[in-house]
Design a protein around this ligand. Structure first.
Ligand code: GDP
Ligand code: MN
Length: 378
């Protein structure tokens, strides 16, 4: 679970990390009030989940009220990375001399937390690691041992960062690790961590992502989740559907995590890009099929849909019946739907579908090839 920058900054501040003076604003009156306090030079920042706002036009600099208002009208209510911008963070503009990167995440290769520091922050860390390998240093963290100053000191030294900053940078690193543990994070990141003209290190940006599996176990994490607006993913989860939005144009509807992943892999192998991962974990019936078809087909990017159900305990005759009822309820989808059903009672299911005018593919591979083709045409 990702949380918003303004929430992460509250937490960073509680742990003693310096963050810019700021106000969260939701309407015009609040904007003007906030600007009166933070003027003259400010930054308007779109509050959406995830980073990369700068490049996508979600960060706006202003140094007068008309400029602030112009930024507001541009950002407020518009969409960024598929999310509507409802709130903005108005911040005093910090005079930056140098930008660092400081982050802690869990390494899938090392099976442990790792701390990463870069003397060239601001850009995303993947770019830093690919293009500026020498500017990035990392160290594994043994959770039983913790993150100690000398480890951070060694990284800072290796990067050739001014030794006058070593203490302060290590302190921020240690605080970040404390947050990482206390919030059961999968990622905690300051990018950029700015060295200001006043010679202070300030977290100009803040990101914190929590482990979804840990959230139900802790009161403070549950509270944090409750304060978040429900995402499409959350709403579907409550209906027994695991759903993850991806960047492609092929909507995948399947059952079981294994089969869904295998389907995604096949789509990728055949040259397509999945638009989502949608797995009926809570049963395939008319209601869940209706929800799935509505969700997937509502997305502009989706050009073709693959409905791929293998029935073990699930009976395909019931799936076919559910599909036909759901199809009628929603009046069909604007995108073509490729159907592949197999398993228990599949001959009955295929018969019912054929009667209603729906072709089914003989194999998953055939279905995947067809949907990839249709995705290109759409
Ligand atoms: P992101 O693109 O979503 O990661 O958003 P950031 O909060 O990191 O802002 C993008 C970039 O805008 C940063 O990397 C900075 O270079 C710049 N920026 C943001 N806030 C300030 C500020 O207060 N002062 C200055 N000088 N630059 C800023
Ligand atoms: Mn950033």
């Amino acid at each position: 679970m990702n949380i918003y920058e303004h929430q992460a900054k509250e937490i960073f501040q509680q742990y003693g990390i310096k963050v810019p003076r700021r106000r969260l604003v939701e309407n015009f009156a609040e904007l003007k009030e906030a600007y009166a306090i933070l003027s003259p030079s400010v930054v308007l920042k779109a509050q959406i989940l995830g980073g990369g706002r700068g490049k996508a036009g979600g960060i706006y600099f202003a140094s007068s009220l008309p400029e602030v208002e112009a930024g507001w009208s541009k950002l407020k209510g518009s969409a960024l990375h598929g999310q509507e911008i409802k709130k903005l963070l108005l911040e005093e503009k910090v005079g930056i001399i140098q930008e660092f990167y400081l982050g802690i995440t869990i390494s899938p290769d090392e099976y442990c937390p790792v701390v990463l520091i870069s003397s060239h922050g601001g850009i995303d860390v993947e770019t830093i690691s690919k293009e500026h390998g020498n500017f990035l240093a990392e160290a594994k963290i043994d959770p039983c041992f913790g993150l100690h100053g000398y480890v951070l000191g060694e990284l800072i030294n290796r990067l050739g960062i001014d030794s006058q900053l070593t203490n302060e940078l290590s302190n921020i690193g240690k605080k970040l690790y404390q947050i990482f543990r206390d919030y059961r994070a999968t990622l905690v990141e300051i990018n950029p961590l700015a060295l200001t003209q006043e010679n202070e290190l300030v977290a100009v940006d803040a990101r914190l992502a929590l482990d979804d599996n840990a959230v139900p176990l802790y009161v403070h994490l549950r509270q944090l989740k409750a304060s978040m607006e429900q995402t499409v993913e959350d709403a579907l989860k409550q209906k027994g559907i695991d759903y993850v939005e991806l960047n492609g144009n092929i909507g995948i509807i399947s059952v079981g995590a294994g089969e869904t992943m295998a389907t995604m892999d096949l789509v990728s192998r055949e040259g397509g890009v999945p638009a989502c991962f949608l797995d009926f974990s809570g049963g395939v019936n008319t209601d869940s099929i209706e929800t799935a078809l509505r969700t997937v087909s509502a997305r502009e990017e989706v050009k073709a849909v693959l409905f791929n159900i293998f029935g073990g305990l699930t009976r395909i005759d019931l799936v076919a019946d559910g599909f036909l009822r759901a199809w009628q309820r929603i009046g069909g989808t604007k995108q073509p739907v490729v159907i592949r059903v197999e398993g228990t009672n599949s001959h009955l299911g295929k018969e019912a579908l054929a009667k209603a005018g729906f072709d089914t593919c003989a194999t998953l591979l055939e279905a995947v090839k067809l949907v990839v083709e249709l995705g290109k045409e759409g």
